[in-house]
Design a protein around this ligand. Structure first.
Ligand SMILES: C[S@@+](CC[C@H](N)C(=O)[O-])C[C@H]1O[C@@H](n2cnc3c(N)ncnc32)[C@H](O)[C@@H]1O
Length: 421
């Protein structure tokens, strides 16, 4: 959206039309011509239709607040989900993990002890999802974005929060010493060239993030408290000694790794936070001393650890609590004869193993048909197959549903017939 169209969109009567857009026919063409008949320009009509759709899409991330917000497509794609943003806020404000676990330290953050509201600078705020949580949870927020339209949208989205202000500026031009805590979520995608709708591509080199990772980390180390949100595929070698690195999954999807510094760092090292119906925190300190629980026989259950635990390199930490062992030292599946229960079970998806089947397609097909299986979900780890290709090759007639797992037991390649528990 260009700045001129945004200015027109921000007119009270136009915003009111956006709030009432569901009065119009659902069909996009009909809706568009109704808006044109009401006198809106082609640009404003397109903006109204886009915002109506983005508000709908945003409910998944931001809940009902989305219905009162504005977005850019990129801004929404990069926005932090609200429950995860609330977790960031708790960390920067010096509160413990949501798990109620025993990981609190004596090192109480300064931000918790100040009498006035702690100040947080959100340096690259996007449409303002993290700032929304920071201000909503009691911080005084200065949100900054280098993009003019994005900053104006963040300003609109934070308008009800008296303690939040937005500036159109570069993070590099902010005096970071003025704040109790700093928050960074550097831009890691770039607008693609030559694509009509401005599709984006992931930036590979962290020095090309905006601002660059080295600049962000220097600032974070110097801050009283800081958090840096990054993509979950972050190379562990890039994690500075000063940081706590926490991978987070939300409702089964790995969403980020966050580096915490200073008072926001609770326990040094790597951790994984699984957020969903239940919450689980797994920490590097939970790894067994030898970090090798051995590889043993296939048990009645196959356990697939949550992606945040896998990305954090903490799979073996689940072995003790779940009485399980790995199928292979380098493969992130566990197996056990004990049905998973207790807090650690929140960190795995469990499958009951009903059979071990032959791997060759004709024999596998025969084995599945003889068991009445007609539809398969295919999972793989440590197996050189393409699930869609295997599904096509199997050409199963209709029948029951099952999950096939292509993996290894020690050095042996196996196909496990399983049912989700
Ligand atoms: C990943 S998004 C932030 C998303 C945000 N945390 C949220 O939850 O909505 C990164 C933002 O940084 C902004 N940005 C990029 N370079 C910047 C810079 N040098 N200074 C300030 N903002 C910058 C981009 O315009 C983009 O809006």
């Amino acid at each position: 959206m260009d700045p001129q169209t945004l200015t027109e969109l921000l007119d009270v009567s136009v915003l009111d039309r956006l709030d009432r857009i569901e009065d119009l026919p659902a069909d996009e063409l009909a809706r568009s011509s109704a808006l044109r008949k009401e006198g809106y320009s082609a640009e404003v009509t397109a903006a109204l239709l886009t915002q109506a759709q983005l508000r709908k899409d945003a409910v998944k991330k931001l809940g009902p607040f989305a219905e009162d917000m504005l977005f850019t497509r990129d801004g929404l794609a990069q926005a932090t989900r609200l429950p995860v943003a609330a977790h960031h806020a708790r960390r920067l404000l010096g509160e413990g993990e949501d798990t109620g676990g025993d990981n609190a330290t004596d090192d109480s953050p300064d931000t918790a002890s100040t009498t006035s509201a702690p100040t947080i600078a959100d340096l690259g705020c996007g449409i303002g999802a993290d700032s929304f949580a920071f201000a909503g949870m009691g911080a005084q927020v200065t949100a900054v974005d280098a993009d003019e339209v994005t900053a104006a949208i963040a300003s609109f989205n934070l308008r009800h929060l008296a303690d939040a202000g937005v500036e159109h500026a570069r993070a590099q031009d902010v005096d970071t010493a003025d704040f109790d805590a700093l928050w960074f979520d550097p831009a890691r995608r770039t607008v693609g060239k030559g694509t009509k709708h401005g599709s984006t591509a992931r930036i590979v080199d962290p020095e090309d993030f905006s601002p660059s990772l080295s600049w962000v980390i220097d600032k974070a180390i110097a801050a009283k408290a800081a958090g840096v949100k990054l993509g979950p595929a972050l190379d562990h070698g890039l994690i500075p000694d000063e940081a706590e690195a926490q991978w987070v999954s939300h409702l089964g999807e790995v969403v980020e790794v966050c580096l915490y510094f200073g008072a926001a760092r609770q326990r040094p090292g790597r951790s994984a936070l699984v957020m969903g119906d239940r919450t689980l925190l797994v920490h590097e300190d939970d790894l067994p001393d030898d970090d090798e629980d051995g590889v043993g026989e296939l048990g009645q259950y196959l356990l697939e650890p949550d992606g945040a635990i896998v990305r954090a390199g903490l799979v073996t930490a689940l072995c003790g609590p779940l009485q399980a062992h790995r199928v292979h030292p380098k493969i992130a599946y566990l197996t056990t004869d004990v049905a998973p229960s207790g807090p650690a079970s929140a960190g795995v998806s469990a499958y009951e193993v009903t059979d071990v089947l032959p791997a060759k397609i004709p024999s596998l097909r025969k084995a599945l048909i003889s068991r009445g299986i007609g539809s398969v979900v295919i999972k793989k780890r440590g197996a050189d197959i393409v699930p869609d290709q295997v599904r096509r090759q199997l050409k199963l007639p209709s029948g029951d549903k099952a999950t096939l797992v292509f993996t290894r037991l020690g050095e042996r390649h196996v196909v496990l017939l399983t049912q989700p528990c």
